[in-house]
Design a protein around this ligand. Sequence first.
Ligand SMILES: Cc1ncc(COP(=O)(O)O)c(C=O)c1O
Length: 377
Amino acid sequence: MSNPWRPDFPIFTHSVYLNSCSYGALSRRVEAAYEAYLENRHAKGADWIAWCEKNEIVRGQLAQLIGAEPAEIAVTTSASAALDSLVSALSPSGERNRIVISDFEFPTVGQIWHAQEGRGFEVVTARERDGIIPMSEYERLIDERTLIVSIAHVCYRNGAMNDVAAIARLAHERGALVLLDAYQALGAVPVDVRALGVDFLIGGVLKYLLSSAGVGLLYVRGELVPGLSPYATGWFAQADIHAMDMHHHREAPDARRFETGTPPIPNLFAAEAGLAQILEIGVETIHAHVRPLTARLKAGVKDLGGRLASPEDPARHGAMIAIRSSDDHGLVARLAARRIVTSCRDGNLRVSPHFYNTEEDIDALLAALADNRDLLA
Ligand SMILES: Cc1ncc(COP(=O)(O)O)c(C=O)c1O
């Protein structure tokens, strides 16, 4: 099966890359963007106006990606920094100080919420059952004490996808706000903040968005921005970055108030290039390309007698399919020896195709799994 995008990703000349849930493959286009940054340094030394403009370009791309306005986006240095900035703007009130998280959270999200317990928040956890978080868990935990429901869009361990819109509806009916960690969905699964009904979103660009470590995002629904003043702040959060007024703090009127210091300039070059490719192809197209690949993978694993850790229903998983293994690290190593790049978490092999993958990639993986059945649990 020919794939028009693949020639731009040199790793495929020697490996089958199926690890976009960990880090997207590096394209020549993103490589050229990093080089353009270095050339720019050699040519001009300091080019601050253009570099700040990069931040604005990336802000616009991120907004387009999730159906938001640029004024609702803060460009941060990681998903963790995005959440840290947001929580610094929240205070526990007498009535609402409960945070609902779930077993699907990426550790950093759980850790940041638990760090708020010392500030008077209560953290409660929706529990996983049979590889999903049942809706009944949210029914049980979201109440009149709940300030925020923190949802992982796609679980990094088993690829399960939450019904975000349904959870958000329930949360709003009960007066709570909704934060979505969309990191494992962005670029692979269509994400529209208005359709999903979320109030906040965090993520980053190094996985399915093909880019670089060092760039994350925070979306804050426009109506909420004026009421949120982050204590984690800095000169790039000011209404006028160039005011250089150390005697006052005058925060930006828009979501830029959630930014802090000098933007990660080299990473922004890469982010712009990676995001441009995703936006050009379109996430709907990517999703439609990946669906048959994950279906082929699931069927093949079952034929081999393997067990899926991901839900079977394609509406309940993202681009990553998790496969149970009796020795997940050993299996990743054996596949790597055959030049098949995967990753693992929590006893599961993680296989995450993207737009540059083909049926042949899936078949190569399945052939390698057939030879390593002893490690399929
Ligand atoms: C779902 C999810 N959330 C958050 C993170 C952490 O992001 P960061 O390191 O940018 O804080 C990751 C990283 O793998 C992730 O997969």
